[in-house]
Design a protein around this ligand. Sequence first.
Ligand code: SAH
Length: 368
Amino acid sequence: MNPLGHLLRRLIREQGPIDIGRYMALALAHPQHGYYTSRDPLGSAGDFITAPEISQLFGELVGLALAQAWVEAGRPRPVLLAELGPGRGTLMADALRAARVVPGFVDAAELHLVEASPVLRARQASLLRAYTPRWQASLQGVPETAPLLLVANEFFDVLPLRQFVRDAGRWHERLVTVDDADDALRFTLSPYPAPAGWLDGAEQASDGAVLEVAPAREALAQELGRRLAAQGGLALVIDYGEAATGGDAFADTFQAVRGHKSADPLAQPGEADLTAHVDFAALARASRLGGAAAYGPVEQGTFLRRLGLDLRLERLLRSATPAQADLLKAGAERLTAPEEMGRLFKALALTAPGAPVPPGFEPAELFA
Ligand code: SAH
Protein backbone atom coordinates (compact mmCIF):
# COMPACT_ATOMS: atom_id res chain seq x y z
CA MET A 1 0.00 0.00 0.00
CA ASN A 2 1.44 3.41 -0.93
CA PRO A 3 1.73 6.38 1.51
CA LEU A 4 -1.34 8.18 0.10
CA GLY A 5 -3.31 4.93 0.38
CA HIS A 6 -2.44 4.80 4.12
CA LEU A 7 -3.40 8.42 4.58
CA LEU A 8 -6.77 7.98 2.84
CA ARG A 9 -7.62 4.89 4.87
CA ARG A 10 -6.87 6.72 8.10
CA LEU A 11 -8.96 9.69 7.00
CA ILE A 12 -11.92 7.50 6.05
CA ARG A 13 -11.73 5.46 9.27
CA GLU A 14 -11.71 8.68 11.32
CA GLN A 15 -14.26 10.75 9.37
CA GLY A 16 -16.33 8.26 7.37
CA PRO A 17 -16.56 7.69 3.62
CA ILE A 18 -15.45 10.64 1.44
CA ASP A 19 -16.97 11.94 -1.79
CA ILE A 20 -15.21 11.33 -5.10
CA GLY A 21 -14.29 15.00 -5.39
CA ARG A 22 -12.30 14.88 -2.18
CA TYR A 23 -10.68 11.62 -3.27
CA MET A 24 -9.72 13.17 -6.62
CA ALA A 25 -8.33 16.32 -5.01
CA LEU A 26 -6.12 14.32 -2.63
CA ALA A 27 -5.00 11.73 -5.19
CA LEU A 28 -4.09 14.39 -7.78
CA ALA A 29 -2.91 17.32 -5.71
CA HIS A 30 -1.73 16.14 -2.28
CA PRO A 31 1.34 18.35 -1.57
CA GLN A 32 3.75 15.39 -1.27
CA HIS A 33 2.13 12.32 -2.78
CA GLY A 34 -0.33 13.78 -5.31
CA TYR A 35 -0.15 12.51 -8.86
CA TYR A 36 0.52 15.92 -10.42
CA THR A 37 2.70 17.17 -7.57
CA SER A 38 5.19 14.37 -7.91
CA ARG A 39 5.81 13.75 -11.62
CA ASP A 40 5.65 14.72 -15.30
CA PRO A 41 2.82 12.45 -16.46
CA LEU A 42 2.99 13.33 -20.17
CA GLY A 43 4.56 11.62 -23.15
CA SER A 44 5.29 8.09 -24.26
CA ALA A 45 7.22 7.25 -21.07
CA GLY A 46 4.42 8.72 -18.96
CA ASP A 47 0.73 7.96 -18.63
CA PHE A 48 -1.08 9.95 -21.32
CA ILE A 49 -0.61 12.29 -24.26
CA THR A 50 -2.40 15.53 -25.06
CA ALA A 51 -3.15 17.52 -28.22
CA PRO A 52 -0.19 19.94 -27.94
CA GLU A 53 2.16 16.98 -27.41
CA ILE A 54 0.73 15.25 -30.49
CA SER A 55 1.19 18.13 -32.92
CA GLN A 56 2.61 21.65 -32.99
CA LEU A 57 -0.43 22.59 -35.11
CA PHE A 58 -2.61 22.63 -32.00
CA GLY A 59 -0.71 25.28 -30.05
CA GLU A 60 0.03 27.29 -33.19
CA LEU A 61 -3.65 27.57 -34.13
CA VAL A 62 -4.63 28.47 -30.56
CA GLY A 63 -1.90 31.13 -30.51
CA LEU A 64 -3.11 32.63 -33.79
CA ALA A 65 -6.70 32.65 -32.51
CA LEU A 66 -5.67 34.50 -29.33
CA ALA A 67 -3.58 36.98 -31.33
CA GLN A 68 -6.50 37.60 -33.65
CA ALA A 69 -8.78 38.24 -30.66
CA TRP A 70 -6.15 40.72 -29.42
CA VAL A 71 -6.21 42.58 -32.75
CA GLU A 72 -10.02 42.63 -32.78
CA ALA A 73 -10.02 44.03 -29.23
CA GLY A 74 -7.93 46.99 -30.45
CA ARG A 75 -4.45 45.69 -29.53
CA PRO A 76 -4.55 46.46 -25.78
CA ARG A 77 -1.18 46.86 -24.03
CA PRO A 78 -0.45 45.15 -21.81
CA VAL A 79 -2.62 42.09 -22.29
CA LEU A 80 -2.59 39.24 -19.78
CA LEU A 81 -1.85 35.94 -21.49
CA ALA A 82 -2.67 33.06 -19.15
CA GLU A 83 -2.79 29.28 -19.28
CA LEU A 84 -4.40 26.94 -16.76
CA GLY A 85 -2.43 23.71 -16.29
CA PRO A 86 0.22 24.24 -19.00
CA GLY A 87 1.75 20.74 -18.68
CA ARG A 88 5.17 20.84 -20.33
CA GLY A 89 4.58 24.34 -21.73
CA THR A 90 4.38 23.03 -25.27
CA LEU A 91 1.05 24.62 -26.18
CA MET A 92 2.19 28.07 -25.02
CA ALA A 93 5.60 27.79 -26.72
CA ASP A 94 3.96 26.85 -30.04
CA ALA A 95 1.31 29.56 -29.57
CA LEU A 96 3.84 32.34 -28.93
CA ARG A 97 6.09 31.25 -31.79
CA ALA A 98 3.16 31.28 -34.25
CA ALA A 99 1.77 34.55 -32.90
CA ARG A 100 4.97 36.40 -33.85
CA VAL A 101 3.37 37.01 -37.25
CA VAL A 102 1.04 39.47 -35.49
CA PRO A 103 3.25 42.53 -34.86
CA GLY A 104 3.29 43.74 -31.28
CA PHE A 105 1.36 40.84 -29.75
CA VAL A 106 4.20 38.98 -28.06
CA ASP A 107 5.63 42.23 -26.66
CA ALA A 108 2.25 43.27 -25.28
CA ALA A 109 1.63 39.91 -23.62
CA GLU A 110 2.35 39.42 -19.90
CA LEU A 111 2.52 35.65 -19.39
CA HIS A 112 0.91 33.97 -16.37
CA LEU A 113 1.02 30.20 -15.89
CA VAL A 114 -1.37 28.64 -13.37
CA GLU A 115 0.38 25.42 -12.35
CA ALA A 116 0.28 23.37 -9.15
CA SER A 117 3.09 20.96 -9.97
CA PRO A 118 6.70 21.93 -9.17
CA VAL A 119 7.90 19.26 -11.59
CA LEU A 120 5.89 20.73 -14.47
CA ARG A 121 6.76 24.32 -13.50
CA ALA A 122 10.40 23.40 -14.07
CA ARG A 123 9.60 22.03 -17.54
CA GLN A 124 7.59 25.13 -18.38
CA ALA A 125 10.48 27.32 -17.21
CA SER A 126 12.94 25.68 -19.58
CA LEU A 127 10.64 26.03 -22.60
CA LEU A 128 9.23 29.51 -21.91
CA ARG A 129 12.11 31.33 -20.18
CA ALA A 130 12.40 33.85 -23.01
CA TYR A 131 8.91 35.16 -22.22
CA THR A 132 9.60 35.65 -18.48
CA PRO A 133 6.48 33.87 -17.23
CA ARG A 134 5.03 34.33 -13.75
CA TRP A 135 3.64 31.26 -12.03
CA GLN A 136 0.44 31.30 -10.05
CA ALA A 137 -1.08 28.65 -7.79
CA SER A 138 -4.58 29.49 -8.99
CA LEU A 139 -6.49 31.89 -11.22
CA GLN A 140 -6.80 34.20 -8.20
CA GLY A 141 -3.12 35.09 -8.62
CA VAL A 142 -3.57 36.40 -12.16
CA PRO A 143 -3.99 40.21 -12.07
CA GLU A 144 -7.26 41.87 -13.05
CA THR A 145 -5.64 45.02 -14.41
CA ALA A 146 -5.82 44.35 -18.17
CA PRO A 147 -7.76 42.28 -20.70
CA LEU A 148 -7.29 38.53 -20.31
CA LEU A 149 -6.48 35.99 -23.02
CA LEU A 150 -6.61 32.53 -21.48
CA VAL A 151 -6.36 28.94 -22.63
CA ALA A 152 -7.04 25.74 -20.70
CA ASN A 153 -6.47 22.41 -22.45
CA GLU A 154 -7.31 19.26 -20.50
CA PHE A 155 -7.49 21.21 -17.24
CA PHE A 156 -11.15 21.13 -16.25
CA ASP A 157 -11.28 17.33 -16.58
CA VAL A 158 -8.85 16.91 -13.65
CA LEU A 159 -10.79 19.22 -11.32
CA PRO A 160 -12.84 17.35 -8.70
CA LEU A 161 -16.16 15.83 -9.64
CA ARG A 162 -18.93 14.22 -7.59
CA GLN A 163 -21.23 11.41 -8.63
CA PHE A 164 -24.81 10.54 -7.71
CA VAL A 165 -26.33 7.18 -8.58
CA ARG A 166 -30.04 6.60 -9.18
CA ASP A 167 -31.26 3.88 -6.84
CA ALA A 168 -34.90 2.97 -6.18
CA GLY A 169 -36.06 6.29 -7.61
CA ARG A 170 -33.70 8.48 -5.52
CA TRP A 171 -30.21 9.91 -6.04
CA HIS A 172 -27.51 8.75 -3.63
CA GLU A 173 -23.96 10.09 -3.63
CA ARG A 174 -21.23 7.66 -4.60
CA LEU A 175 -18.52 7.65 -1.92
CA VAL A 176 -15.15 6.05 -1.30
CA THR A 177 -14.88 3.81 1.75
CA VAL A 178 -12.53 1.19 3.22
CA ASP A 179 -13.61 -2.43 3.02
CA ASP A 180 -12.97 -3.94 6.47
CA ALA A 181 -12.65 -7.45 5.00
CA ASP A 182 -9.54 -6.77 2.89
CA ASP A 183 -8.62 -3.15 3.74
CA ALA A 184 -9.14 -2.09 0.11
CA LEU A 185 -10.64 1.23 -0.99
CA ARG A 186 -14.10 0.61 -2.48
CA PHE A 187 -17.00 2.60 -3.90
CA THR A 188 -20.18 2.67 -1.88
CA LEU A 189 -23.46 4.61 -1.97
CA SER A 190 -24.40 7.01 0.75
CA PRO A 191 -27.43 5.57 2.59
CA TYR A 192 -28.93 9.07 2.59
CA PRO A 193 -30.69 10.36 -0.55
CA ALA A 194 -29.32 13.64 -1.93
CA PRO A 195 -31.36 16.67 -0.83
CA ALA A 196 -34.26 17.46 -3.15
CA GLY A 197 -33.49 20.29 -5.54
CA TRP A 198 -29.81 19.45 -5.99
CA LEU A 199 -30.39 17.38 -9.04
CA ASP A 200 -33.26 19.25 -10.64
CA GLY A 201 -34.17 18.16 -14.14
CA ALA A 202 -32.82 14.66 -13.75
CA GLU A 203 -35.84 13.02 -12.11
CA GLN A 204 -36.60 10.93 -15.18
CA ALA A 205 -33.34 8.94 -15.06
CA SER A 206 -33.70 5.20 -14.60
CA ASP A 207 -32.11 3.15 -11.83
CA GLY A 208 -28.36 2.78 -12.22
CA ALA A 209 -28.01 6.16 -13.97
CA VAL A 210 -24.99 8.20 -12.81
CA LEU A 211 -25.21 11.97 -12.56
CA GLU A 212 -21.90 13.82 -12.42
CA VAL A 213 -21.69 17.28 -10.91
CA ALA A 214 -18.55 19.35 -10.56
CA PRO A 215 -18.95 22.36 -8.28
CA ALA A 216 -15.20 23.11 -8.46
CA ARG A 217 -15.29 23.28 -12.26
CA GLU A 218 -18.39 25.44 -12.28
CA ALA A 219 -16.95 27.82 -9.68
CA LEU A 220 -13.88 28.32 -11.86
CA ALA A 221 -16.01 28.86 -14.99
CA GLN A 222 -18.10 31.42 -13.10
CA GLU A 223 -14.97 33.24 -11.93
CA LEU A 224 -13.62 33.26 -15.50
CA GLY A 225 -16.96 34.69 -16.63
CA ARG A 226 -16.78 37.42 -14.00
CA ARG A 227 -13.25 38.36 -15.02
CA LEU A 228 -13.95 38.43 -18.74
CA ALA A 229 -17.02 40.62 -18.22
CA ALA A 230 -14.92 43.02 -16.14
CA GLN A 231 -11.52 42.82 -17.87
CA GLY A 232 -12.49 41.94 -21.43
CA GLY A 233 -10.67 39.31 -23.43
CA LEU A 234 -11.22 35.69 -24.39
CA ALA A 235 -10.95 32.28 -22.72
CA LEU A 236 -10.68 29.08 -24.75
CA VAL A 237 -11.56 25.94 -22.80
CA ILE A 238 -10.67 22.74 -24.64
CA ASP A 239 -11.37 19.37 -23.13
CA TYR A 240 -13.23 16.14 -23.66
CA GLY A 241 -16.81 15.58 -22.71
CA GLU A 242 -20.40 16.20 -23.63
CA ALA A 243 -22.04 19.28 -25.11
CA ALA A 244 -25.16 18.90 -22.94
CA THR A 245 -25.80 17.84 -19.34
CA GLY A 246 -26.71 14.15 -19.32
CA GLY A 247 -25.57 14.04 -22.97
CA ASP A 248 -23.68 10.84 -22.30
CA ALA A 249 -26.96 9.20 -21.18
CA PHE A 250 -25.95 9.44 -17.51
CA ALA A 251 -22.88 7.22 -17.85
CA ASP A 252 -20.09 6.92 -15.30
CA THR A 253 -17.11 8.76 -16.88
CA PHE A 254 -14.80 8.79 -13.83
CA GLN A 255 -11.64 7.06 -14.96
CA ALA A 256 -8.00 6.40 -14.18
CA VAL A 257 -5.20 6.18 -16.73
CA ARG A 258 -1.75 4.78 -16.10
CA GLY A 259 0.91 3.92 -18.68
CA HIS A 260 -1.55 4.77 -21.50
CA LYS A 261 -3.99 2.13 -20.23
CA SER A 262 -7.18 2.38 -18.25
CA ALA A 263 -6.66 1.54 -14.57
CA ASP A 264 -8.65 1.05 -11.36
CA PRO A 265 -9.15 4.59 -9.95
CA LEU A 266 -8.96 3.35 -6.34
CA ALA A 267 -6.06 0.89 -6.64
CA GLN A 268 -2.96 3.11 -6.27
CA PRO A 269 -4.04 6.63 -5.29
CA GLY A 270 -1.56 9.24 -6.53
CA GLU A 271 -0.07 6.94 -9.16
CA ALA A 272 -2.67 7.27 -11.91
CA ASP A 273 -4.29 10.24 -13.62
CA LEU A 274 -7.92 10.65 -12.58
CA THR A 275 -10.33 12.46 -14.89
CA ALA A 276 -13.98 12.64 -15.85
CA HIS A 277 -15.78 14.03 -18.87
CA VAL A 278 -16.47 17.75 -18.85
CA ASP A 279 -20.09 18.92 -18.95
CA PHE A 280 -19.69 21.88 -21.32
CA ALA A 281 -23.25 23.09 -20.86
CA ALA A 282 -22.66 23.34 -17.10
CA LEU A 283 -19.47 25.37 -17.71
CA ALA A 284 -21.25 27.65 -20.18
CA ARG A 285 -24.13 28.25 -17.71
CA ALA A 286 -21.71 28.99 -14.88
CA SER A 287 -19.67 31.44 -16.97
CA ARG A 288 -22.89 33.23 -17.98
CA LEU A 289 -23.81 33.44 -14.32
CA GLY A 290 -20.45 35.19 -13.87
CA GLY A 291 -21.39 37.69 -16.59
CA ALA A 292 -19.67 36.34 -19.72
CA ALA A 293 -20.99 35.40 -23.15
CA ALA A 294 -20.28 31.75 -24.00
CA TYR A 295 -19.90 30.24 -27.49
CA GLY A 296 -20.09 26.56 -28.37
CA PRO A 297 -18.96 24.04 -27.56
CA VAL A 298 -17.81 23.04 -31.03
CA GLU A 299 -16.08 19.77 -31.77
CA GLN A 300 -12.29 20.00 -31.84
CA GLY A 301 -12.06 18.85 -35.47
CA THR A 302 -14.42 21.61 -36.60
CA PHE A 303 -12.74 24.19 -34.38
CA LEU A 304 -9.22 23.50 -35.69
CA ARG A 305 -10.39 23.44 -39.32
CA ARG A 306 -12.10 26.79 -38.88
CA LEU A 307 -8.88 28.17 -37.44
CA GLY A 308 -7.06 27.15 -40.64
CA LEU A 309 -5.55 23.75 -39.86
CA ASP A 310 -5.48 22.62 -43.49
CA LEU A 311 -3.74 25.75 -44.75
CA ARG A 312 -1.18 25.70 -41.96
CA LEU A 313 -0.48 21.99 -42.47
CA GLU A 314 0.07 22.60 -46.17
CA ARG A 315 2.52 25.40 -45.40
CA LEU A 316 4.50 23.25 -42.93
CA LEU A 317 4.60 20.36 -45.40
CA ARG A 318 6.39 22.54 -47.98
CA SER A 319 9.56 22.67 -45.91
CA ALA A 320 9.27 19.24 -44.22
CA THR A 321 11.40 16.16 -44.80
CA PRO A 322 9.40 13.03 -45.78
CA ALA A 323 9.63 11.75 -42.19
CA GLN A 324 8.47 15.10 -40.77
CA ALA A 325 5.65 15.21 -43.31
CA ASP A 326 4.39 11.82 -42.17
CA LEU A 327 4.40 12.98 -38.54
CA LEU A 328 2.61 16.23 -39.36
CA LYS A 329 -0.11 14.47 -41.34
CA ALA A 330 -0.59 11.78 -38.70
CA GLY A 331 -0.81 14.45 -35.99
CA ALA A 332 -3.40 16.49 -37.89
CA GLU A 333 -5.44 13.34 -38.44
CA ARG A 334 -5.31 12.41 -34.76
CA LEU A 335 -6.43 15.86 -33.65
CA THR A 336 -9.37 16.09 -36.06
CA ALA A 337 -10.66 12.62 -37.07
CA PRO A 338 -14.06 11.98 -35.44
CA GLU A 339 -13.00 8.54 -34.19
CA GLU A 340 -9.83 10.00 -32.63
CA MET A 341 -9.92 13.38 -30.82
CA GLY A 342 -12.02 15.29 -33.35
CA ARG A 343 -15.45 14.68 -31.85
CA LEU A 344 -15.09 13.82 -28.15
CA PHE A 345 -12.86 16.87 -27.60
CA LYS A 346 -14.61 20.21 -27.76
CA ALA A 347 -13.85 23.90 -27.50
CA LEU A 348 -15.85 26.46 -25.56
CA ALA A 349 -15.16 30.20 -25.81
CA LEU A 350 -15.95 32.81 -23.16
CA THR A 351 -15.88 36.56 -23.83
CA ALA A 352 -17.30 39.78 -22.48
CA PRO A 353 -20.87 40.33 -23.68
CA GLY A 354 -20.83 42.40 -26.87
CA ALA A 355 -17.24 41.46 -27.76
CA PRO A 356 -16.57 40.17 -31.31
CA VAL A 357 -17.43 36.52 -32.04
CA PRO A 358 -14.29 34.55 -31.09
CA PRO A 359 -12.11 33.03 -33.83
CA GLY A 360 -13.27 29.45 -34.55
CA PHE A 361 -16.90 30.16 -33.57
CA GLU A 362 -20.01 31.44 -35.33
CA PRO A 363 -22.62 33.98 -34.16
CA ALA A 364 -25.32 31.27 -34.02
CA GLU A 365 -23.17 29.32 -31.54
CA LEU A 366 -23.77 31.86 -28.78
CA PHE A 367 -24.88 29.76 -25.78
CA ALA A 368 -28.29 30.82 -24.53
N1 SAH B 1 -2.52 21.48 -20.73
C1 SAH B 1 -1.47 20.51 -20.77
C2 SAH B 1 -1.46 19.56 -19.55
C3 SAH B 1 -2.75 18.88 -19.20
S1 SAH B 1 -2.57 17.87 -17.75
C4 SAH B 1 -1.52 19.74 -22.06
O1 SAH B 1 -2.49 19.86 -22.78
O2 SAH B 1 -0.58 19.01 -22.36
C5 SAH B 1 -3.23 18.91 -16.45
C6 SAH B 1 -2.36 20.08 -16.05
O3 SAH B 1 -3.01 20.78 -14.98
C7 SAH B 1 -0.99 19.73 -15.52
O4 SAH B 1 -0.10 20.76 -15.87
C8 SAH B 1 -1.23 19.69 -14.01
O5 SAH B 1 -0.06 19.78 -13.24
C9 SAH B 1 -2.14 20.88 -13.84
N2 SAH B 1 -3.00 20.86 -12.67
C10 SAH B 1 -3.79 19.85 -12.25
N3 SAH B 1 -4.53 20.22 -11.18
C11 SAH B 1 -4.22 21.52 -10.93
C12 SAH B 1 -4.66 22.48 -9.96
N4 SAH B 1 -5.58 22.18 -9.06
N5 SAH B 1 -4.12 23.72 -10.00
C13 SAH B 1 -3.19 24.05 -10.93
N6 SAH B 1 -2.75 23.17 -11.88
C14 SAH B 1 -3.23 21.93 -11.86
